[in-house]
Write a new protein. Structure first.
Length: 112
């Protein structure tokens, strides 16, 4: 049995040619079904906690939403990676923090 990597001098590059964190964030905000069913409810949960003066944990509010987004993103755009391979844990946390800071600014400014 011959492995495909044996035909090449160097390993095959499986990285994506764009910033996946920014692209998934854009997908989350601009895909109508995902936004309505997943992202907006997560932001409203953040708003509710903010309005009550409670401490907001970004991972608790957005972690599941981001995981769902990664699955939807891979499926919709036929990304040749499993959702758990799309981003490292560090990148996923970076996406959560990016969304959290941007949406909290909107919440504080009264956009929601």
């Amino acid at each position: 049995m011959v492995k495909i990597v044996e035909f090449f001098d160097k390993p095959i590059d499986t990285s994506l040619p764009f910033n996946v964190i920014d692209d998934v964030a854009i997908f989350m905000r601009n895909d109508p079904m995902f936004y309505r069913k997943s992202f907006f409810p997560a932001v409203m949960k953040m708003k509710g906690l903010h309005d009550k003066g409670k401490t907001i944990n970004p991972s608790e509010c957005l972690g599941e939403c981001v995981s769902t987004a990664m699955e939807s993103y891979c499926r919709k755009f036929k990304i040749n990676k499993r959702p758990d391979q799309l981003m490292s844990d560090k990148e996923k946390e970076e996406l959560i923090n990016k969304l959290f800071s941007e949406e909290m600014k909107q919440i504080k400014d009264g956009a929601y």
